[in-house]
Design a protein around this ligand. Structure first.
Ligand code: GDP
Length: 454
């Protein structure tokens, strides 16, 4: 991730510099009280996240000895969280012992470090900055955060260290959405597949280079509003030459299921409406989740439920819609461990809602490529901690200083926290569910990657 962190002992002018770089006044800078009172972050020029680590470790008593402890914590945090570190020193004070300690730590990790001598307000300070070369972190950049001197040069230096910004997700949008149908034998996967392939809205073509055993098909689906939705359906071998699989156990462990899963962006987990959720369905759902794939639950053979209802309405329900609602509720309960996926009721026999599957999968693609804005993510997390505090484990509570998205498909969020072991499974689930809810990531798994700094 593109993160730049400011480190340095107190009063060297870190927050002034922070304001200069983000071109904002302190009041609108994103501050994170409670969760991360000790860290301030903001996004600069839509390009990188700037962190002021100045508050880390400062809740402790301020004797000069403790200041050095805090400074070390800040540096350790910055080394883990940032790709570029701005080490700020005060030209008027000269090199202090604490500067030397920090410099030594920074040199050891070989990170991109820019040595920034601040408070070069006067011509005569220019030369005084030379002294800092002895810190072994290169030529000092002479700036005055107060007067804005040398800020442009500093910005250029930061840009150079960060390198060019990687291409955004725009290119990904034209990518085909890779889908597959998974489920127990006889739930109707092949029937659904064949229904889909027979849709008049669909242009189907073979994917060149795929072998007979791992057939993939490209599907171009003409959406009602004229948009062309592009899919690649994995593992369609079963559609064309129906294979007999004797044991369900064999099916689950089969390499083919695994391979189809690996090749998918979105998996349709097909279950049988009459059987409801079985242990095997749950096991397969768990595997899809472990593989980090987005999923949609497809309840097939809904025609049978409608038939049954017409002949013999199920007692205790006002109407079919009422029944459907309660069916979905209990299904969600049995699949509670999933990231609140979309649930579709379909019938391969009648074609009911079969094409909705493609529309829902297409809508999911935007979610898959979502970039969670760092400021908003940290806000959301702060609110979650305020709404429900984590349990005290040992002597302290789990605490997150800073969170940033580090990857997609599956979505990964890195937490810079106090201690990894303090996150209990219940609280982890709470955070997962709430983040999925907050950013509408339904069906898309979220992975936490914890980095402890204590
Ligand atoms: P697969 O093993 O998951 O590929 O399942 P198949 O597509 O072979 O279907 C298994 C059985 O269920 C077949 O006898 C199908 O005719 C039947 N079936 C599939 N979909 C439906 C449906 O929507 N409604 C009904 N009533 N039967 C279905």
């Amino acid at each position: 991730s593109r993160t730049v962190a400011l480190v340095g002992r107190p009063n060297v002018g870190k927050s002034r510099l922070f304001n200069r770089l983000c071109g904002k006044r302190m009041s609108i800078v994103h501050d994170m009280p409670g969760v991360t009172r000790d860290l301030i972050s903001t996004e600069v020029r839509d390009d990188y996240v700037l962190l002021d680590t100045g508050g880390i470790g400062m809740e402790i008593e301020m004797t000069s000895k403790k200041i050095s402890v805090a400074a070390e914590e800040q540096v350790e945090f910055a080394i883990q969280a940032a790709s570029v570190i701005l080490f700020v020193v005060d030209v008027r004070e000269g090199i202090t012992t604490l500067d030397e300690i920090v410099a030594q730590k920074l040199r050891r990790y070989g990170k991109h470090v820019l040595l920034v001598t601040n408070k070069v307000d006067l011509e005569e300070n220019e030369e005084a900055a030379d002294e800092f070369i002895s810190l072994g972190l290169g030529e000092p950049l002479r700036v005055s955060a107060e007067h804005g001197r040398g800020i442009a040069e500093l910005e250029t230096a930061i840009d150079e260290k960060l390198g060019p910004k990687p291409e955004g997700s725009e290119a990904d949008q034209s990518q085909r959405i890779r889908i597959s149908l998974l489920g127990r034998p006889n739930v109707g996967k092949s029937s659904i597949g064949n229904r889909l392939l027979n849709s008049t809205r669909l242009i189907v073509s073979d994917v060149p280079g795929t072998t007979r055993d791992s057939v993939e098909l490209d599907l171009d689906y003409k959406h009602k509003d004229g948009e062309l939705l592009k899919f690649r359906l994995a593992d369609t071998a079963g559609l064309r030459m129906k294979r007999k699989v004797d044991s369900p156990v064999e099916y689950f462990s089969s390499v083919r299921t695994q391979a189809a899963m690996e090749r998918s962006d979105v998996v349709f987990l097909v279950i049988d409406a009459v059987d409801g959720v079985t242990k095997q369905d749950q096991a397969l759902a768990g595997e899809i989740l472990d593989a980090g794939r987005a999923l949609i639950i497809v309840v097939n053979k809904w025609d049978l439920i409608i038939d049954r209802w017409t002949h013999d309405p199920i007692e205790g329900f006002k109407n079919l819609k009422h029944f459907l609602k309660s069916y979905e509720e209990s299904l969600r309960k049995e699949m509670f461990f999933l990231p609140n996926p979309p649930v579709l009721f379909v019938s391969a026999r009648t074609g009911f809602e079969i094409e909705s599957m493609l529309n829902v999968a297409a809508a999911m693609q935007a979610t898959l490529d979502m970039k969670l804005p760092t400021g908003k993510l940290n806000n959301v997390i702060q609110n979650l901690f305020e709404a429900r505090a984590p349990k005290i484990i040992g002597t302290k509570r789990f605490k997150v200083f800073y969170a940033v998205q580090t990857g997609s498909r599956p979505l990964r969020i890195r937490f810079f926290c106090n201690r990894i072991e303090r996150l209990d499974p219940g609280y982890r689930r709470y955070l997962e569910k709430a983040i999925i809810h907050e950013f509408r990531l339904n069906g898309c798994p979220v992975r936490f990657d914890l980095v402890g700094k204590e």
